[in-house]
Design a protein around this ligand. Structure first.
Ligand SMILES: Cc1ncc(COP(=O)(O)O)c(C=O)c1O
Length: 401
């Protein structure tokens, strides 16, 4: 299999139905190639308009912004815009808080629905905040609970038993990009009457998550990665419609009240996922997030996932065609098992990532030996991957090994 030429990549870009979406992202620093969508996605041009709208509303409306502008509705409105990207039902997603906070809420809701059980089962290699939060959510079970850490991602399903209240699954591993088969994990959990909470931070906006089809109970994820919501963007929380009536609000804040402005001294939960909101929404952050979610208005999610697969396959090919010694593929070759980024093993990964920056390439490093290239179906072009290959070839082997 020979390398794709620049002309072939340009031709793929010209035929790409998402090509016009890439035009919605202004270039970063001249000459730099950013493959860090797994960390912080690019800024859509609509972010400028969104910020100037919000600052204008603030200047003109002040207190009236809460009633005359659409600030208060944003968490639910944005959730509905995001739902198709996650394969979620309308009304099942709210955009709010951080992933860590939403994860605590999801885990506690689920634990409360299994009061007689004690354990949360999770992979020991899960993202650290997930493990910390899971420990605290288990500790807060009435009779005291435990976090059971499973060494191997693939052994997660076998570790579910009748003591398991909740399985916490990281849909895509933050180092290997291994993507779980959610449907089969959920089936196994449900046969043991356990619930599934999923962190899809490294999948959402890049690859298929399919929350409804898989039957996931609760899910969370970051807004600032592939979803391009900007630095510190609000996160999202999914509650399956079948749980919405009985899933209790973990933090009974006024924004989750059925009538927040009635100033009722007693809490009555809002219907649906809205009850899981707690405090005042971050209006400016939501506006940036909405500018990014609006890009999905005209995108067929499956077309975006197909483009992501094609770009990732091409990236693997480009790296595997580098002269030896080259980084070794860690991410699954099977696109159905691969998440948002492509990762490689390199014995001096940290130095390698720094060396890439001398060639104006932004990738990311995870200890001890992982190099990640985060791919976005929204703004990466095939020719970007071709350029990456050319640059890497000029850096190999002298400066990077
Ligand atoms: C898989 C995963 N979960 C959670 C987080 C943290 O999310 P937050 O800082 O919004 O709590 C990250 C951050 O990179 C992550 O990669």
């Amino acid at each position: 299999m020979g390398s794709l030429s620049r002309a072939e990549c340009e031709s793929l870009d010209n035929r790409d139905p998402l090509g016009r979406i890439a035009d919605e992202f202004p270039p970063g620093e001249p000459g730099w190639l950013y493959f860090d969508a797994n960390s912080i996605g690019a800024m859509p041009i609509g972010a400028h308009r969104a910020m100037s709208r919000i600052t204008d509303e603030w200047r003109r409306l002040r207190r009236r912004g809460w009633s005359d502008a659409d600030w208060l509705d944003a968490p639910v409105r944005l959730g509905n815009k995001l739902a198709p990207v996650l394969g979620a039902e309308p009304g099942s997603v709210v955009v709010c808080d951080s992933t860590s906070i939403n994860l605590y809420k999801a885990l506690r809701m689920a634990m409360t629905m299994r009061p007689e059980r004690e354990n949360i089962v999770a992979e020991s290699g899960a993202f650290p905040t997930d493990l910390y939060v899971a420990e605290s959510a288990a500790r807060d079970q009435i009779q005291g609970g435990s976090l059971v850490r499973v060494e191997e991602a693939k052994a997660l399903a076998e570790s579910i038993d009748r003591d398991t209240a909740v399985v916490l699954v990281t849909h895509t591993d933050y180092r290997t990009s291994y993507r779980h088969d959610l449907a089969s994990l959920v089936r196994r959990a449900h046969t043991q009457d356990a619930l599934v909470v999923c962190d899809a931070s490294h999948s959402a906006g890049a690859v298929e998550v399919g929350l409804a089809a898989a039957g996931v109970d609760f899910a969370v994820g970051c807004g600032y990665k592939y979803l391009c919501g900007g630095p510190g963007a609000p996160a999202w929380l999914y509650v399956a419609p079948r749980h919405q009536a009985q899933a209790e609000s973990v933090i009974q804040g006024w924004m989750g009240h059925a009538q927040p402005m009635a100033m009722d001294p007693h809490y009555t939960p809002a219907p649906g996922a809205k009850r899981h909101l707690a405090g005042t929404p971050p209006v400016a952050g939501n506006a940036l997030m909405e500018a990014a979610l609006d890009l999905w208005r005209d995108i067929e999610p499956q077309a975006a996932f197909a483009k992501h697969k094609a770009l990732s396959d091409l990236l693997i090919r480009v790296i595997e065609e580098l002269p030896a010694p080259r980084p070794m593929l860690v991410a699954p070759r099977d696109p159905a098992r691969r998440g948002g980024f492509v990762s490689f093993r390199h014995r001096e990964a940290e130095i390698y990532v720094r060396a890439l920056e001398t060639g104006k390439i932004v990738a990311s490093y995870r200890a001890p030996d992982i190099v990640r290239f985060g791919v976005s179906p929204l703004y990466h072009r095939y020719v970007d991957v071709w350029t990456l290959g050319e640059r890497l070839r000029s850096l190999h082997p002298e400066r990077t090994q």
